[in-house]
Design a protein around this ligand. Structure first.
Ligand SMILES: Cc1cc2nc3c(=O)[nH]c(=O)nc-3n(C[C@H](O)[C@H](O)[C@H](O)COP(=O)(O)OP(=O)(O)OC[C@H]3O[C@@H](n4cnc5c(N)ncnc54)[C@H](O)[C@@H]3O)c2cc1C
Length: 396
């Protein structure tokens, strides 16, 4: 058995690497165990937005605003360029019944401190000259930003290595044993490692990892499909979404047509550093199936040309799908399992993990080091699943 680390992080995605980096910056010795390779999970099959406007007004938005500030620091601090850019974002509204929903959403976001407003048709055309005339209103925030997730993973990996974080790849964690003052973590290759702290950052697989210590986490994969265009000139000044995106994320009961409801389709369009547009995306519960489908391809491209007819002249070069780690109650899961002192969880980010990776790592490092977190985060603590279990048992 290896002599021991202060912390073992399970999972080499963006959340695990952010936790490892911020724990190492707090002078902890850290081992990252990854069953495949760095970025082989959802963090390597996703979009690239630090999107503030999509966050529910409350703790999610507060976390996202702080996370964006940390990304700004990382841009200077990390050893690689992460292609950070602030292009701003617009949520396009083409159905009258969506206006009151978006007005209320914006009002509540403003009360949290987000710089966001509703634009009229003239202002929309100024910022999006190619948008369809069917768009009747739009939100606008100048602060929505983006990074390249692959570059963030690479930069964090480099920064962690400089701080002596050890990485063991192709080491799937298969057993976690509680010792009197530590944890023993066993892997598929027969190795075992000792640590004071274990952080479960295994994304859509975090339920399986938590079950190794007797905690049932209701995390399920929610598939998202994206199509990628050839590199083209900028279409408009900002990235853009439609109100369906907010509705499929937060208000799934809202009235919608057949295919887009079935696929949980919400239009999202953002331009990468290299000029390709990423256009998405779906929200589907299909287990661990990462295939792309023709039905989704058609629905995404139809919606893109409906909102931006110019896309009919643009070639699509590929499509891909990733699995969002979605918690049953729609909330993130960040904190210590009260029944297993020293076992921390950082998951359930669903479609927000790229945006929230910096703040998640910071919260985990603060909790592990006994520092008061910047926000009151009891609502996202894993203790809610223990309480739920106790009340279910009492009811029986
Ligand atoms: C289509 C799509 C678009 C998205 N767009 C955005 C966006 O624009 N902005 C945003 O903020 N978020 C976005 N997201 C969400 C974001 O990608 C995820 O929330 C984030 O990548 C989750 O990161 P993670 O580190 O938790 O999981 P992962 O990246 O999946 O990392 C978990 C790792 O754990 C490893 N692992 C699992 N089990 C074990 C084990 N037993 N032992 C060892 N290792 C193990 C896995 O191999 C994996 O590498 C999008 C997601 C999708 C699918």
């Amino acid at each position: 058995m290896h002599n021991g680390y202060d912390c073992i992080v399970i999972g080499g995605g963006i959340i695990g690497l952010s936790c490892a980096y911020q724990l190492a910056k707090s002078n902890k010795s850290v081992l990252v165990l990854e069953r495949d390779d760095i970025g082989s999970g959802t963090s390597g099959a996703c979009d690239h937005m630090i999107l503030l406007q999509s966050k529910a007004p409350g703790l999610p938005l507060k976390l996202a605003i702080t996370s964006l500030e940390i990304y700004r620091e990382w841009q200077k601090e990390l050893p690689e360029d992460v292609e950070f850019a602030t292009r701003g974002g617009m949520i396009l509204i083409d159905k009258p019944e969506h206006i009151p929903v978006m007005e209320d959403f914006v009002k509540r976001q403003k009360s949290i401190g987000l710089n966001v407003e509703i634009l009229d048709k003239r202002e929309i055309k100024k910022r999006q000259p190619w948008v369809s005339d069917h768009v009747i209103a739009s939100t606008y925030s100048p602060d929505d930003s983006q990074i390249n997730p692959f570059r963030v993973l690479f930069a964090l990996f480099q920064a962690c290595t400089k701080l002596n974080v050890k990485f063991m790849r192709h080491e799937e964690v298969v057993e976690i044993i509680r010792k009197p003052y530590s944890w023993e973590v066993r892997t598929c290759t027969g190795q075992s490692y000792n640590s004071q702290i274990v952080v479960n950052a295994a994304g859509v697989w975090s339920a399986q990892v938590s079950s190794l210590v007797g905690l049932e986490l209701p995390i399920r994969p929610k598939r998202g499909q994206i199509v990628v265009t050839e590199p083209i000139e900028e279409i408009g000044q900002t990235d853009a979404w439609d109100a369906n995106y907010i509705i499929s994320k937060h208000l799934s009961n809202f009235e919608r047509d057949g295919v887009s409801k079935k696929l949980g389709l919400g239009f999202a369009m953002s331009r990468t550093h290299s000029g390709n547009y990423l256009i998405g995306s779906t929200r589907e519960y299909v287990g661990f199936n990462k295939s792309t489908t023709y039905e989704a391809f058609k629905a995404i491209t139809n919606r893109a040309t409906e909102l931006f007819p110019v896309f009919s002249k643009v070639r699509i070069i590929r499509s891909f799908a990733g699995l969002r780690p979605a918690c049953e109650d729609g909330k993130y899961v960040i904190g210590e399992d009260p029944s297993n002192p020293g076992f921390f969880i950082a998951t359930g980010h669903e479609g927000d993990g790229i945006a929230l990776a910096p703040i998640t790592g910071k919260l985990i490092a603060d909790l592990v080091c006994g520092r008061k977190p910047v926000f009151e985060i009891s609502e996202i603590s894993p203790s809610r699943f223990r309480r739920q279990r106790i009340s279910e048992t009492v009811k029986r």
